[in-house]
Write a protein that binds this ligand. Structure first.
Ligand code: F0G
Length: 364
């Protein structure tokens, strides 16, 4: 049977009925890959580390899992407009699913409200080309979310941020895939935390999965400049290179704390330098890609391992939430810019010198 997306695959765990119109772009079924370099960098005996590459969803982030549910349920109830606030990925995903719904013959407009100047170019361009109406505001994600909530109170528009319970429900499917593939739950799940919907969803998923012998400890990581849960108070001016998680007042704050406490896990923060060091390692030592915010999961794992908070012999899954191509600006900044900027003449001698090549000794 060809794969037809997360709703059809995991319908038994989801609030869908026979007559629910399934709006899918074949989200899910993302790779779970070993990360041996990160495992040894942790310095914990017998550690197995995997990446769940959520950036390989159709719009390049985990949001597609929640959006297939949110948009299917919106269409089911006859909604013709959806709206979200976003740091970029939610808007890209909402825009794509609205396009898919239109392609299937439903009326569906998509409106996205984003913080001006803080959405990575890849994400902004996605929302635009998928045909969403994009509104940039002076203000951060938290301000955008407040506007969206007000608009949904006043006008007939369906909110597709993770306040929408179907978003969280849909995002559980990644936990099911991990358990299906490992044959059990991992011991730890390391995940970036922004608006805190995804950590909430994974915990719900691990909690209702049938067939695992255990549940993982949930290890969530905020950026140090945007760490309201860790610091215990909303952050008015959140700042981080991981713009996806530049959020000062997470909507699912309480649920994230519950996931942490019920699982015996933790929510900690990582600095931008730690995030970027992990970001470079993921690319340069494992050959995988993610956006800067996603690297918070790996930076957090390394920090936790060094603090003795990861048991020897355990299995860890780090969620790489978004695709590396979303934010090429940070990728360039973290690279050897000097070598890429100079343009050489098309001359093999000059280029050999630039590459530092030395002729091999002549064979006798
Ligand atoms: N990683 C990426 C790549 C994200 O885009 C987000 C959230 C997160 C992690 C954090 O997930 O909010 O469920 O805790 N992005 C949202 C957006 C806020 O608008 O795209 P969370």
């Amino acid at each position: 049977m060809p794969y037809t997306g997360t709703i059809n695959k995991y319908a038994k765990y989801l609030s869908v009925a026979e007559n629910t119109p399934v709006i899918s772009i074949q989200e899910g079924q993302t790779p779970l890959v070993p990360a041996p370099h990160i495992a040894s960098a942790c310095g914990v005996d017998g550690l197995k580390v995997y990446f769940k590459i959520e950036g390989l969803n159709p719009t390049g982030s985990f949001k597609d899992r929640g959006m297939t549910m949110a948009v299917s349920k919106a269409v089911e109830k006859g909604a013709t407009r959806i709206i979200c606030a976003s740091t970029g990925n939610t808007s890209a995903s909402a825009a794509a699913f609205a396009a898919r719904a239109r392609g299937l013959g439903y009326d569906m407009d998509c409106y996205v409200i984003i913080p001006a100047g803080y959405v990575a170019l890849g994400k902004l361009s996605q929302a635009m080309i998928y045909g969403a109406k994009v509104i940039q505001i002076e203000g951060n994600f938290d301000a955008a979310l407040n506007i969206v909530k007000e608009l949904c109170d006043q006008y007939p528009i369906e909110l597709v941020n993770s306040l929408n319970p179907y978003r969280i429900e849909g995002q559980k499917t990644s936990a099911y895939e991990i358990c299906d593939e490992l044959g059990d739950a991992p011991d730890y799940l390391c995940i970036p935390v922004g608006n805190a919907g995804n950590i909430t969803a994974y915990w719900a998923g691990f909690s209702d999965y049938q067939g695992a012998s255990k549940k993982p400890k949930m290890y969530g990581f905020q950026a140090a400049g945007a760490a309201p849960i860790v610091d215990g108070a909303p952050v008015e001016k959140p700042e981080t290179v991981g713009t996806a998680i530049r959020i000062g007042n997470p909507a699912s704050w309480k649920q994230a704390e519950a996931a942490r406490d019920q699982s015996g896990g933790l929510i900690d923060k990582v600095t931008d330098d730690e995030m970027l060091a992990a970001y470079r390692m993921i690319h340069q030592d494992e050959g995988y890609a993610c956006e800067p915010a996603s690297a918070a999961s790996v930076a957090g794992l390394i920090k936790s391992a060094q603090a003795g908070k990861i048991e020897p012999g355990s299995t860890v899954v780090c969620v790489l939430t978004g695709n590396g191509l979303k934010d090429p600006k940070v990728a360039m900044e973290q690279s050897d810019m000097a070598s890429a900027e100079k343009v050489y003449q098309a001359d093999s001698f000059e280029i050999a010198q630039a590459l530092g090549l030395k002729a091999a000794p002549v064979q006798q």
